[in-house]
Ligand binder design. Structure first.
Ligand code: NAP
Length: 341
């Protein structure tokens, strides 16, 4: 392998994990106001798998997958004075992908210092999933201490973040997961519900009486969202956060999902389904929120008050193995690609 090159993963056509190819190119140069970061850890998610398999609006081929990176600042662009060469930082790509790469150039504002003592894989696991969970809980749902919530996919990346941040915020948390993940979900602070073998709506009503205040639904699909709606008590909020169901079902699950959300908005029973503010716009318009939230997550992790769950680590250039691993299912937490310093 040519050491002087940047190696990154490219998706040039849709398909199975084998379409993830390694390309070598010149190491990118940071523009004014940017820094170049040498990757130590890059996050992989089921969203990356979904985009690789299915056509989604706005995603053009070829592209490099990946939304979050932790690495060392390696070069400063003109005008950058808030970071130093060698400093370890985390970067979210603000929805623009490009994380599976040995070097990434990013606006200096998007690079948030990672404190010593925090493992790079753990730090990268705290980026997009925890930002999404925090935005959903506080800005979309406006949760109040003491409220009850359901986090679907509670052993997954976003779901486990919802459980941990929800518990820290003083919420009563119920988490749906396969039975083999229940011990983990319980250890994170939630009451687990076996969505495969139990009717989660009936179980929620059995456990709570009148239902929960908020359901965070990362699964999507018309039937799933309607059942989430039925788990709400009067005045509850349904937060549609993702479409994990689209890994198998593709984009055909989107229209019925939107139909249910629209219906919840107009049914006269006080329940609502707020759709925003979302990760597409909110962090860019609130850079302080973005930077302060990450700094807070890192502080919580270094002081052992909240540890992200790492499912598995793979070498950066073996991203196809990481995608195969996700497609096999039966994992919990965040999958991470690692590279040498
Ligand atoms: N809105 C945003 O900005 C944003 C940001 C990040 C991610 N997302 C979206 O959120 C979704 C989840 O992402 P992720 O990274 O957390 O995925 P993930 O780590 O793969 O977790 C998904 C989890 O869903 C569980 N699951 C599957 N079917 C289920 C069902 N019917 N009921 C309950 N749980 C079920 C699986 O748990 P078991 O193994 O326990 O069955 C799995 O752990 C994706 O669609 C992603 O695109 C959205």
């Amino acid at each position: 392998m040519d050491e002087a090159k940047n190696h990154r993963i490219l998706v040039a056509k849709r398909g199975g994990p084998h379409v993830l190819e390694v390309v070598a190119e010149d190491v990118p140069e940071p523009g004014p106001g940017e820094v170049r970061v040498k990757t130590l850890a890059a996050g992989v998610s089921s969203y990356d798998v979904m985009l690789r398999r299915h056509w989604f609006p706005g995603v053009k081929l070829p592209y490099t997958p990946g939304e979050d990176v932790v690495g060392l600042v390696d070069k400063l662009g003109d005008g950058v004075s808030n970071l130093e060469i060698g400093q370890r930082v985390s970067v979210w790509t603000f929805g623009e992908a490009g994380g599976y790469t040995e070097f990434i150039c990013t606006p200096a504002d998007w690079a948030v210092p990672v404190p010593p003592g925090l493992d790079s894989s753990e730090a990268v696991a705290l980026v997009v999933n925890y930002l999404t969970a925090s935005l959903a809980m506080h800005q979309m749902a406006g949760v109040q201490s003491g409220e009850r919530i359901v986090a679907h996919g509670a052993a997954g990346g976003v779901g486990s973040a919802l459980v941990q941040l929800g518990t820290l915020a003083g919420l009563e948390v119920y988490g749906t997961a396969s039975a083999h993940n229940h011990e983990l979900v319980e250890s994170l602070g939630a009451t687990p519900i076996d969505y495969r073998n139990q009717d989660f709506v009936a179980r929620i009503h059995q456990l709570t009486g009148d239902g929960v205040d908020v359901v965070f639904d990362v699964i999507g699909g018309g039937r799933q969202l309607w059942r989430s709606y039925r788990a709400l008590r009067k005045g509850g909020r349904l937060i549609m956060l993702g479409m994990a169901g689209a890994i198998r079902g593709g984009i055909k699950i989107i229209p019925p999902s939107m139909l249910v959300v629209g219906l919840v908005k107009i049914l006269p029973n006080g329940k609502t389904a707020p759709l925003g503010p979302g990760m597409e716009t909110y962090p860019k318009e609130h850079m302080d929120w973005y930077r302060d939230s990450l700094a807070e997550f890192f502080e919580l992790a270094t002081t052992d008050r909240m540890r992200p769950v790492i499912a598995e680590r793979f070498p950066l250039l073996e991203a196809s193995r990481a995608h195969e691993f996700i497609e096999r299912g039966r994992y919990a937490g965040k999958v991470v690609l690692t590279a040498d310093a």
